[in-house]
Design a binder for this molecule. Structure first.
Ligand SMILES: NC(=O)c1ccc[n+]([C@@H]2O[C@H](COP(=O)([O-])OP(=O)(O)OC[C@H]3O[C@@H](n4cnc5c(N)ncnc54)[C@H](OP(=O)(O)O)[C@@H]3O)[C@@H](O)[C@H]2O)c1
Length: 241
């Protein structure tokens, strides 16, 4: 698949976590770049608000309420997208964060965090391979975090979250390797503090250095640009500066 500006124009793109925060801003930016965006998260009312905002601005979007940690729901999400056209762009932004000290972290919290943040990203990337391969290629962006980058400051209470994000970084490298033969690229974005509900709940004292819109603009410029040689990379984002 050739690298060219405007790659998103006319594409069908799936964005998970599209109901709010970084996922919402990314879905809106991708729609502005000309993609038909399929919006996935669990809360239908939030997805409907995003669809309406996109449509009011002249863009195209479809709502597909989905729990990304459930394989059958992910299959349904891709079936909804296929009815619009082959999904050849995927952004995985869905995640949860439960702030709990390690000794108080229940197996349930641990498993839920890994199921949504890591297995959910795996299930979506795996489901994307078929349509992307058949279309001759595709582009994936996964949201990890500085919490999953070695050597950056870590915060207490985030063991499950941090481990899930280390996993997403590794998963993206694996997808880049296996995707190469099929023209499928995968990039990981690892932001620091972004001004969203997740950050405000987890760490209200932490000053956000990034806005969802800035992260969204970067994701769109990566998807629209000559991304192929960077496939497998993890890009840490420290601030708006
Ligand atoms: N904010 C930050 O400072 C920051 C920093 C680094 C990385 N990140 C990463 O950036 C991504 C977006 O985070 P955010 O800050 O925008 O979070 P957010 O505002 O809490 O939004 C998270 C989105 O994910 C969806 N979601 C959660 N569980 C889901 C599930 N099981 N299935 C489908 N959708 C699900 C949520 O909707 P429902 O609850 O309705 O499903 C929501 O739309 C995440 O991967 C996060 O880890 C954020």
């Amino acid at each position: 698949m050739p690298d060219a500006p405007g790659w998103l124009q006319g594409r069908v793109a799936i964005v998970t976590g599209a109901g709010r925060g970084i996922g919402r801003a990314t879905a809106e930016a991708m729609a502005r770049a000309g993609a038909h965006v399929v919006l996935a998260a669990r809360t239908p009312s939030q997805l409907e608000a995003v669809r309406e905002a996109i449509s009011t601005s002249g863009g195209a979007a479809t709502v597909a309420a989905t729990d990304v940690g459930d394989g059958r729901e992910v299959d349904r999400l891709f079936a909804v997208a296929e009815r619009v056209g082959a999904p050849t762009a995927l952004v995985c932004a869905a995640a949860v964060l439960h702030k709990v000290p390690i000794e108080a972290t229940t197996s349930q919290t641990w498993e839920e965090t890994l199921r949504i943040n890591l297995t959910g990203t795996f299930l979506c990337c795996r489901a994307a391979f078929g349509p992307m391969r058949r279309a001759g290629g595709g582009r994936i962006v996964n949201l990890a975090s500085l919490s999953g980058v070695y050597g950056t400051e870590k915060f207490p209470g985030l063991a499950a979250y941090n481990v899930s994000k280390y996993g997403v970084v590794g998963l993206t490298e694996a997808i880049a390797v296996e995707g190469r033969a099929h023209g499928i690229t995968a990039i990981c974005i690892s932001p620091g503090a972004v001004d969203t509900q997740m950050l405000r709940r987890a760490n209200p004292q932490l000053k956000a250095g990034l806005t969802p819109a800035r992260v969204a603009d970067l994701i769109v410029s990566l998807l629209d640009g000559p991304i192929t040689p960077a496939s497998g990379a993890n890009i840490p984002l420290f601030s708006n500066a």
